[in-house]
Ligand binder design. Sequence first.
Ligand SMILES: CC(=O)SCCNC(=O)CCNC(=O)[C@H](O)C(C)(C)COP(=O)(O)OP(=O)(O)OC[C@H]1O[C@@H](n2cnc3c(N)ncnc32)[C@H](O)[C@@H]1OP(=O)(O)O
Ligand SMILES: CC(C)C(=O)C(=O)O
Length: 511
Amino acid sequence: MTRKIDIFDTTLRDGEQSPGASMNTEEKLVIAQELLRMHVDVIEAGFPISSPGDFRSVQEIGRMAGDDAVVVGLTRAVDKDIDRAAEALKTAKRPRIHTGLGVSPQHLREKLRITEDECVERAIHCVKYAKQYVDDVEFYAEDAGRADQKFLERVIQAVVNAGATVVNIPDTTGYQMPDDFGRRIKGLADNVIGIENVKISVHTHNDLGMATALALAGVKNGARQVECTINGLGERAGNTALEEVVMAIRMHGDELDAHTDVVTTELTRASHLVSSITGMQVQANKAIVGANAFAHSSGIHQDGVLKARDTYEIIDPADVGAAGSEIVLSARSGHAALKHRLAELGYTFSDKEYDEIYQRFLEVADQKKEVYDEDLESIVQERQRSVTSVYTLDAIQVVCGDAAVPTATVTISDEAGEKHVVAVTGTGPVDAAYKAIDQVVSTSCDLQEFSVKSITRGIDAIGEVTVRISAEDGKVYTGRGSDTDIVVSSAKAYVNAINRMISTARSKAGK
Ligand SMILES: CC(=O)SCCNC(=O)CCNC(=O)[C@H](O)C(C)(C)COP(=O)(O)OP(=O)(O)OC[C@H]1O[C@@H](n2cnc3c(N)ncnc32)[C@H](O)[C@@H]1OP(=O)(O)O
Ligand SMILES: CC(C)C(=O)C(=O)O
């Protein structure tokens, strides 16, 4: 059996230190619930002395976690901070006080303005002081990554002797190289007497983009706890991303002699939750949880993945709770991907027809970043017959606002060239527009989905609306419209979907 590595989540403490990511107690509780569902071992819930809100967060998460996780309050090596953390954790079933101070020359000289001897004295004092309140005391040696190794070993020996249960070795400034950091951890494991009875923890930052590599180097060299955050949130460039470290340990567990108890199928959900609560977007190419983590858009990769997923994917998307591998059609796609997508849409063709469709597809793809299903549908329909729009939206005018009854006036031409002008009220401008269009068209459908996204930047962005409607036979049709005015985009998308529905019905009926 490999070593169990405790996952110490600090999204609610260090993660929240990301500029712009602050959370209130209620939001922290929602995230804490997800962390419990994910079976993290330790939740750092906040810094109780920093504000009444953070005090309450630590208190309530401590209550909520029960026996399911250790709950931690952070402090400086200052008595009043420790008193406040102890107070916040009074009702927690598994409380831990996390206390400590800087140990690098920069922190001693510039920030704390104390000598090495004073630092050791304060380290011993803060651990002993916290031990009056709780058995489980974690000591952090802030900026250990830039500390003198001999001095670091002296401090850690002192706090182990003073009763610390966990010793946290942070690379606070993300300065280290993984091999050096690994040697640092090994040095402590080899030289500090009694450290085998204490857990070594690593807490690494991403200033050089190496936070996860540093954490894993720590694990390889004896650390039994990793401090990390969902989506890698944290001070400056962030902390080790929980999802990365958990999946790397899962993938290389034998080599690292390590495993975690994290329920990996919760990783994507946790990422989305944290992103939506903090407003911090996850970059599309973020490992494990980014929107592109399992997306393939170039022909050679698509062909490989379609033959066997593991040609280009080392993780099964289902293992991290992601929707699945995605084939994104673009001008770099080849025949295999196009054929696959058309088959998924229910189309099969002869090789010659595929070749012709592929040439048309490339023309369209060169004009667009991504070729969507509805573009494919339109390419195919173009071939099958000349698609004439049954209805054309000539104009739309709306009246709306909080002092007006939302009203839309639409002008629509039918295929005979007759113009229809209809004005209808609704609950909002889009509802009114759709009701007006419904009055003109000679068919009925249900609106299933409506979404709008900005496809360019700035206040003059083009808004692209996608709608999905279902016909009476249950078949679903997609329509798309774009304009700088999203009411106009909405009406265009709806008319586009209706035209597709009618055209398909006619072609089925052989008209
Ligand atoms: C690496 C990390 O992520 S550490 C965690 C960072 N988190 C936070 O800072 C939490 C939010 N902070 C706060 O709410 C406030 O800064 C408080 C309540 C902690 C302190 O507030 P203030 O008393 O107003 O102090 P202020 O923030 O101005 O300065 C920090 C003081 O703590 C000292 N200090 C910093 N770290 C430590 C430490 N670990 N142990 C002891 N003293 C420390 C500094 O030297 C400075 O002391 P000085 O005023 O004597 O120079
Ligand atoms: C408080 C400590 C653990 C910290 O956040 C750091 O050193 O980065």
